[in-house]
Design a protein around this ligand. Structure first.
Ligand code: AFD
Ligand code: MN
Ligand code: MN
Length: 432
């Protein structure tokens, strides 16, 4: 990290206080893993390599449909956001890239954004387009849709915006565009379901044709409802898969964990998309009802583990050419976003580590024998393993904080940001 925003001496001093206990706990964990035939150093190396992108919109305070309660020291622009993302990376060492959102993060000089990111040791992940809001001065409204709009002129405007996002992504050194489409209808009969989907696919195909080269991917999100409640154009993984298949090899599906009905078996969807060669990436978060955008693993850590379990299994089967991209997508109404994002990244690495502990040979054996209890217990045994010391040790060795939230609170970063940054006033509805 070229320019640490938190005093490294503070992190070091904070780490020193916890170092002895960590050494003991990591040693104890290593011993207990070794009794299971697992080399903790190998798991630590794998976990340290797991990178998760942070959404630029995640470092601001979100809201509900009803209100937004701004927090102190909220970032005012992309440069402030990059600072906050750099703090998350400095302390957590799991999130080296930022995913930008346009036009929210728009500035005249994208090279300056790239340069600032580099100075902070940050790279750039997938860029995100926004056709779910009208922008000041925009010629045509998205009130009744964008890429699937009945009017070709609105579709053309939305396509042009997405292509502009790709160009901005190129300037940043990104290599994917993520499209989340809010298009849909609230009343039966409002929109022609089949034609709206065809129009969406045709628009996405135009965007795909504008991708710079084969290293670029188009990540298509699906979402079961909201803001349209009767029929969302890309409402589920089936629609998303059909679209990605129709558009071509560079179009892939993005699984946002919050975009399913409660009790949906997301890990099964993951296996199907992998089988189709169409799993492009994830937006990690957690939810109880809908698109709650809560911290990853905060409601159902077992579900997060089961998703990572399928990813580890697929990797070991060589089921893909390219691992799916991991990104966080969350919104914070009642927590400090920096803390929440650090905790979510930690939850992702935890689930990954636990998934790496699954004895797959043993699991296959029990599955073949139809030994249901022991097959289930094989998974649960891995999930029950407390890998906290391993995650902390990975951070410590990478120069991060043993306890990122503790170090962050001690640093007074938020207070200093609040003194420096104008208080954000927006208090209307704030879904992001
Ligand atoms: C909204 C959508 C979706 C998307 C995000 C950023 O539900 O998850 O990724 O906005 O565009 O939260
Ligand atoms: Mn998302
Ligand atoms: Mn969402």
């Amino acid at each position: 990290m070229a320019e640490p925003l938190i005093d490294p001496a503070l992190v070091e001093a904070h780490n020193r206080q916890a170092a002895e206990a960590l050494a003991q706990d990591y040693e104890a964990l290593s011993r207990s893993l070794s009794r299971r035939g697992i080399d903790s150093e190998a798991i630590l190396a794998r976990v340290s390599a797991l990178e998760i992108a942070v959404p630029s919109w995640g470092v601001g305070t979100g809201g509900t449909r009803f209100a937004r309660f701004p927090g102190p020291g909220e970032p005012a622009d992309i440069f402030d956001k990059l600072d906050d993302c750099a703090v998350i990376q400095q302390l957590g060492r799991a999130t080296p890239r930022v995913s930008l959102h346009f036009p929210w993060d728009e500035v005249a000089d994208m090279a300056a954004v790239k340069a600032r990111g580099e100075a902070l040791g940050l790279g750039f992940d997938a860029v995100n387009s926004n056709t779910f809001q009208d922008q000041p001065g925009q010629a045509l409204s998205y009130k009744f849709g964008s890429l699937s709009h009945a009017d070709a002129a609105v579709r053309a405007q939305a396509v042009a915006h997405n292509i502009d996002c790709i160009r901005k992504g190129q300037a940043l050194g990104a290599s994917a565009l993520t499209i989340w489409l809010a298009d849909g209808s609230n009343f039966a009969g409002q929109s022609h379901l089949a034609r709206a989907f065809e129009r969406y696919i045709a628009s996405v195909a135009e965007i795909e044709a504008a991708l710079p080269d084969d290293s670029w991917l188009l990540l298509l999100e699906y979402k079961n409802f909201e803001p349209a409640f009767y029929a969302t154009v890309v409402q589920d993984w089936g629609s998303c898969l059909l679209a990605a298949q129709a558009v071509g090899p560079r179009a892939r599906c993005l699984v946002d964990l919050g975009h399913h009905a409660p009790s949906t078996n997301i890990e099964m969807i993951v296996t199907r998309l992998i089988a189709a060669g169409k799993l492009g990436g994830f937006h990690l978060n957690d939810s109880r009802f809908g698109d709650d955008d809560l911290d990853a693993g905060s409601v159902d850590p077992f579900r997060l583990f089961l998703v990572f379990n399928e990813l580890v299994d697929a990797e070991q089967r060589h089921a893909w050419d390219e691992a799916p991209a991991l990104m966080l997508d969350q919104s914070h109404n009642v927590t400090d976003p920096i803390e929440s994002l650090m905790l979510s990244a930690d939850a992702a690495r935890r689930a990954h580590a636990q998934a790496l502990l699954v004895d797959r040979e043993q699991l296959s054996h029990y599955q073949a024998q139809n030994d249901v209890a022991m097959a289930a217990e094989t998974l649960r045994g891995a999930f029950r393993t407390d890998v906290t010391p391993l995650l902390a040790e990975a951070r410590r060795r990478a120069g991060g904080a043993i306890d990122p939230v503790g170090a962050y609170r001690l640093s007074g970063y938020r207070k200093a940001a609040a003194a420096r940054r104008p208080q954000s006033t927006g208090s209307g509805g704030g879904i992001v």
